[in-house]
Design a protein around this ligand. Structure first.
Ligand SMILES: Cc1cc2nc3c(=O)[nH]c(=O)nc-3n(C[C@H](O)[C@H](O)[C@H](O)COP(=O)(O)OP(=O)(O)OC[C@H]3O[C@@H](n4cnc5c(N)ncnc54)[C@H](O)[C@@H]3O)c2cc1C
Length: 64
């Protein structure tokens, strides 16, 4: 249960942080000239790989 919770929290923080970085950098953050657009995509996929966050929530619910 703890690892499922940590996986959800970590992937959510990664998405929040990279979204805020995109806000700070503006349009440049979207360009492939800079690494941020990859960081944003990588952060998004963290909620899908190694068991989606939906599945993690189902795991947590089944253990409660
Ligand atoms: C870049 C990348 C790297 C990857 N690397 C690896 C790797 O190294 N090793 C490995 O083993 N796999 C890897 N994968 C596969 C990854 O683990 C799967 O994509 C992931 O488990 C989701 O499975 P799926 O894509 O078949 O989605 P599906 O199972 O088809 O799910 C589609 C959607 O339906 C939802 N869903 C499905 N079932 C339920 C349910 N019962 N309740 C609620 N919602 C549900 C999911 O949350 C998701 O949003 C990788 C995938 C990507 C994109």
């Amino acid at each position: 249960m703890a690892s499922s919770m940590a996986k959800i929290a970590g992937s959510q923080v990664a998405q929040e942080v990279t979204a805020k970085a995109m806000d700070i950098c503006g349009g440049r953050g979207y360009l492939k000239d800079y690494p941020l657009e990859k960081y944003l995509r990588d952060a998004r996929v963290l909620s899908l790989i190694e068991g989606t966050n939906h599945i993690q929530k189902a795991v947590i619910a089944s253990l409660l």
